[in-house]
Design a protein around this ligand. Structure first.
Ligand SMILES: [Zn+2]
Length: 346
């Protein structure tokens, strides 16, 4: 039995019928019987969170727990998130779970790789003095992505440009992509100049990085949600003032990056999981027009990850909403229907 849906497809905004056969979307009525599971509403290829780290039983716990991982990706799924990118995981995705029928599509970059010469590291980092070899190995062992610490925080020295450049060139040479955590002005600049594929956080991003990212096709993943949550707790000390200044700059760069043609994408970083609708609201607050702020958490993210959306032959992930999320982003919190890998989840 096929599934049948009718509604307004996003992003193109056309009202039409679509059918689901196995894990594929078809625009022509199939010869087999079809069960209508949505009639009306707005159809998305699901939500996407491109920066999330499930697997830890509690925040700040540097251990991978397979049960916590399963619970947290289920929370993503139940929120209508159909694809996830993990730019850093504490462990390997449990065998069998990756291809399970009821889990979002997963793209992992493996561990957080930190150069041994960094002035600061966290206990969950994999510290290496050969960042090039480690990055290539992690890229090959996972889904064509590696995750680098370009720095640790806004007061720490970053990885030197030459090393980042060598890593990026080596990973690109094997067909992979680099996600770089950057929270210092110099760290962001080094990463942007080195040609990484996505800049994560980008606190304190110098203005010139916007043009560099646009020219190189790098995405910007600001992860505004966790920063907004932390902001009220950062007290007025010299370090706190630097934090707030870096935060203000990253918010400003979101709109500038979008205006310059940079692909801005939505990521939530830490718990609670299944929260990417919140990131869309923060992107709107940062100045993205509401009608473009949904793409970073859906079709634009799928394009970036190489996952076809609501097109003939596309992958069969669909979420249905009662209102147009480009007008009312808040409706993303309330999917009426969730279809994942061709199966009805809700
Ligand atoms: Zn992160």
């Amino acid at each position: 039995m096929a599934l049948h849906l009718r509604g307004t497809l996003l992003p193109d905004g056309t009202a039409r019928d679509l059918w689901i056969l196995g894990d594929r979307i078809a625009f022509d009525r199939p010869s087999i019987e079809a069960d209508t599971v949505a009639d009306g509403g707005f159809l998305l290829p699901g939500l996407v969170d491109v920066h999330t780290h499930p697997g830890s039983p509690s925040e700040g716990e540097p251990a991978f727990d397979p049960d916590a991982f399963a619970d947290q990706i289920a929370a993503h799924r139940d929120a209508g998130t159909t694809a996830l990118r993990f730019p850093g995981l504490l462990g390997e995705i449990p065998e069998g779970l990756r291809a399970a029928p009821d889990v979002p599509r997963m793209i992992t970059a493996g561990r957080w790789l930190a150069w041994a010469g960094l002035s600061k590291n966290a206990d969950f980092h994999t510290v290496t003095d050969d960042l090039v070899a480690a990055a290539v190995a992690e890229t090959k062992a996972h889904d064509g992505w590696c995750k680098l610490m370009g720095d640790w925080d806004f007061e720490a020295d970053p990885v030197p440009y030459d090393i980042l450049r060598a890593v990026t060139d080596a990973v690109h040479a094997v067909g992979g992509r680099v996600a770089a955590h950057c929270q210092s002005a110099q760290g962001v600049l080094n990463a942007a100049r080195a040609g990484v594929d996505s800049i994560e956080h980008g606190m304190g991003m110098p203005e010139e990085c916007v043009g560099l990212m646009a020219a190189q096709g790098a995405a910007y993943v600001p992860t505004l949600t966790p920063f907004a949550r932390r902001a009220p707790q950062i007290i007025d000390t010299p370090r706190g003032r630097l934090w707030h200044e870096g935060h203000r700059i990253m918010i400003r760069r979101v709109r500038e990056a979008h205006d310059a043609g940079v692909t801005v994408l939505a990521g939530t970083d830490s718990a609670p999981f299944g929260n990417v609708a919140t990131e869309v609201e923060h992107l709107v607050a940062a100045g993205l027009p509401a009608d473009v702020a949904v793409g970073p958490a859906s079709w634009a993210a799928r394009d970036f990850l190489g996952l076809p959306g609501l097109v003939e032959g596309g992958l069969a992930d669909v979420t249905v909403y009662d209102a147009d999320p480009r007008v009312e982003p808040g409706v993303l919190r309330h999917p009426r229907r969730i279809i994942l890998r061709g199966r009805v989840v809700r």
